[in-house]
Design a protein around this ligand. Structure first.
Ligand code: SAM
Length: 275
């Protein structure tokens, strides 16, 4: 079953799906695989609230699947209208198909197949601050970082090197809808270093052995806050490319902070330092 076959439909078509073995269900499930997400540029987002966030931020919902019995609920009515008007596909599914689609015992009543949005790095303008993540591996961490970036005020998140997919189900779930609110860009180390040279930002790396206490950084706009990989921290070339390496003072026995926690502190401090 191909996604192409699924996405081939009359514009605004509404289809009934009464079996978990349905082709459309299988095609959506195939998006569990990163390969299929990369090829199609699509991903799965769950829940009416998250999908309304998608719609409000201008994301394209290609397919909306909802429990047939929920067709009259106000958020579903609103999403259906938007998807039909935009020429997407609406699937009215039974409970067994929905459970298969979301892999949860207690599934959300609405699931969407949404187009990924990437900002080409050369077009990314940072006004205030952006986060740079080098080789982030844990999808839960990445989702939490996206949520934090959105909540605390980072303009964008730039993924450098081989990173976990922000459009994977676990990252999307952990982002709690913020995947739609934050600009996303991706590049390799060489691409980042070239862009960094021309972007005019202060580049602050969060590093366990940073010479500067994070509270003493002379923040200015725009700034880039660079966070390292969960195991290795910042690579040497990345650390060398930073204007400042800053540490978050720790007093206990833990040898480091969790990546998402350190990110929250760093963004918060950069905002406080600009007042
Ligand atoms: N073993 C790794 C190391 O040696 O860097 C720990 C990586 S830590 C789990 C993930 C990232 O969070 C680090 O690369 C750094 O960017 C940030 N981080 C965590 N604790 C920090 C601290 N106390 N000061 C500055 N950055 C920190």
């Amino acid at each position: 079953v191909t996604l192409e076959a699924l996405v081939q439909h009359r514009p605004g078509e509404v289809r009934r799906v009464a079996s978990a073995a349905n082709e459309a269900v299988k095609a959506i499930r195939a998006l569990d695989l990163r390969k299929r997400r990369d090829e199609s540029g699509l991903f799965v987002a769950e829940g009416a609230r998250t999908l309304i966030e998608a719609q409000e931020t201008g994301a394209t919902i290609a397919v909306l699947a909802h429990l047939a019995a929920a067709a009259g609920e106000p958020p579903v009515v609103r999403l259906r209208k938007a998807v039909i008007a935009a020429g997407g596909l609406v699937l009215e599914v039974d409970a067994s198909s929905l459970a298969k689609l979301s892999r949860r015992d207690n599934p959300q009543a609405v699931i969407g197949v949404v187009e990924q949005r990437w900002t080409p790095l050369e077009r990314l303008r940072v006004e205030r601050r952006a986060l740079v993540l080098e080789e982030v591996r844990d999808p839960g961490n990445l989702g939490a970082v996206l949520r934090t970036a959105d909540a605390l005020g980072a303009d964008a998140v730039v993924l450098v090197g081989p990173c976990t997919d922000p459009y994977g189900l676990e990252a999307v779930r952990a982002s709690m809808g913020s995947i739609f609110a934050v600009k996303l860009a991706r590049t390799d180390l060489a691409g980042f270093l070239a862009w960094r040279a021309g972007c005019g930002a202060l580049v602050v790396g969060a590093h366990l052995e940073g010479r500067v206490d994070l509270r003493d950084v002379a923040w200015r706009d725009p700034s880039l806050i660079v966070m390292g990989n969960e195991q290795q921290g910042l690579s040497e070339p990345m650390a060398n490319a930073c204007d400042v390496l800053a540490r978050i003072a720790m007093t206990g026995r833990a040898d480091s902070l969790n990546l998402a926690v350190a990110t929250a502190i760093a963004i918060y401090e950069s905002v406080r330092g600009r007042r």
